[in-house]
Design a protein around this ligand. Structure first.
Ligand code: SAM
Length: 234
């Protein structure tokens, strides 16, 4: 299974260094050059980001907390989080192209500072301890077992909180996916996996975390289950 995950990861990386970068950089921007599906993915994803920012702001004390944004993409979460005054943000992504764009956007927005660092790394290789570890819309690229292993790894780095989002397995989504397969072509993404929420929750529980917030963020062509976990008091 590990060799399979490695192959999967190499494929995902190659995609996000090339066509995937172009596609997702456009989706995660305000560029007009997006089709209807991409515009909906943009809207749905923004709901996920907004939900996370709202939870974090409710908890407050952002300036004294450290954050890890694993699979940060072009910085859609890290940049606004830095703008809100987060103490330290370690943003990383498997794709050098994504990281370069995130860093460019940070400079352009006047957010470049030593409190916001960018690193090219797969999340499995990340180390360190953070108050809060966040990983949004990354597990979509991996099957259940690999995603659960990622949850356990990320949880081990989180002192207090772990926030993840993923496409939940639902019969409706299974149908949509099949329809998606009828339209192959250059705009098609890599394989997309939907995940069983109970498995994700069990993986977090095995690492000592329990769910404290849950939301479903959606738009046509976008479904994302967002869960915030907290370390269970010893
Ligand atoms: N989290 C960002 C967001 O919500 O804006 C980006 C989401 S994008 C759909 C998925 C990102 O995950 C891509 O930037 C991709 O390069 C990254 N990624 C995929 N597999 C990864 C891995 N194993 N480790 C770190 N990043 C990964």
């Amino acid at each position: 299974a590990q060799a399979e995950t490695q192959a999967e990861k190499a494929e995902v990386q190659a995609y996000f260094e090339s066509t995937g970068f172009d596609r997702w950089n456009r989706i995660y921007s305000d560029s007009e050059e997006v089709n209807r599906v991409q515009r909906n993915i943009r809207l749905g994803h923004q709901k996920t980001v907004d939900a996370v920012l709202a939870w974090l702001q409710q908890q407050g004390d952002l300036a004294s907390r450290s954050f890890c944004d694993a699979g940060c993409g072009v910085g859609s979460l890290s940049l606004p989080l830095a703008a809100l005054g987060a103490g330290a943000i370690a943003a990383s992504d498997l794709s050098a192209a994504m990281v370069a764009e995130a860093s460019r956007r940070a400079s352009e927005a006047g957010l470049a500072s030593e409190r916001l660092t960018f690193t090219v790394s797969d999340l499995e290789s990340l180390q360190g301890r953070y108050d809060t570890v966040i990983c949004l819309d990354v597990f979509i690229h991996y099957p259940q077992a690999a995603a659960e292993a990622m949850v356990r790894h990320l949880a081990a780095m989180a002192e207090r909180q772990l926030i993840v989002s993923f496409a939940p397995y639902t019969p409706l989504l299974a149908v949509l996916k099949q329809i998606g397969q009828l339209f192959p072509g250059p705009s098609k993404t890599t394989r997309a996996y939907t995940l069983r929420e109970d498995g994700i929750v069990a993986a977090a529980a095995a690492a000592g975390f329990r769910p404290v917030h849950r939301s479903l963020n959606q738009a046509p062509f976008y479904f994302s289950r967002l869960i915030a976990f907290e370390r269970t008091p010893a």
